[in-house]
Design a protein around this ligand. Sequence first.
Ligand code: NDP
Length: 241
Amino acid sequence: MTKTAIVTGGTRGIGAAISVALKAAGYKVAANYAGNDDAAKKFTEKTGIATYKWDVSNYEECAAGIAKIETDLGPVSVLVNNAGITRDAMFHKMTPGQWGEVINTNLTGLFNMTHPVWTGMRDRKFGRVINISSINGQKGQAGQANYSAAKAGDIGFTKALAQEGARAGITVNAICPGYIGTEMVRAIDEKVLNERIIPQIPVGRLGEPEEIARCVVFLASDDAGFITGSTLSANGGQYFS
Ligand code: NDP
């Protein structure tokens, strides 16, 4: 039976590449997004993948969105928690709003999305939850206390849930990308990117969204059934955890 996969933030950047790769691997894919209707429309026109709009920081919206997808496409076997935002500021200038938005989206969003699919996965004795964390959750990053805290939290969440899901056939893993050439990263000043960021990456380039997508396809597959609670670093050698 064709499995259903949800990719949060699945219409742009890394998430779009994940949605496309999962579809190519034979999954029925639902791509969630927050508000950029234009990008979502173009994504569906290009890929044929259905999109669903809601905010992952809102539990009720997640539960309703997942229920709609399950009606449309069938029970969810694979959940990719990819949606994420940055609201960077040095800590002395960081506002409670910047802290809260990032924690609510990048960390609480994982609870909000995983909780509504968890019981179904347990009942069906199969599930794959793949959380897109970040190198900055592993090593910390100045100007990103909010983001680093949320992404480190994603890893703790992954490890705890992996223990709970193991006997029920559910694997839970995290992927920690380094700098990937999406809009989020290309928005960084070009001089900073070329003179400060790329020289720190031993392979000498940004990663491609498709390189993260291939990690997801592997972790979602039956071949990865013995891998759970792991953190897969995909960062061009920038940081060894
Ligand atoms: P993009 O900004 O390119 O895309 C973000 C996607 O997430 C969009 O589809 C956006 O929807 C969606 N989104 C944002 N907030 C919400 C929300 N509250 N609810 C639902 N959807 C939301 O991001 P990237 O592709 O660069 O990043 C994807 C993930 O990878 C993030 O978790 C990020 O932290 C992580 N990451 C990225 C790295 C990089 O170098 N790019 C490095 C390490 C980790 P919409 O289009 O409607 O705005």
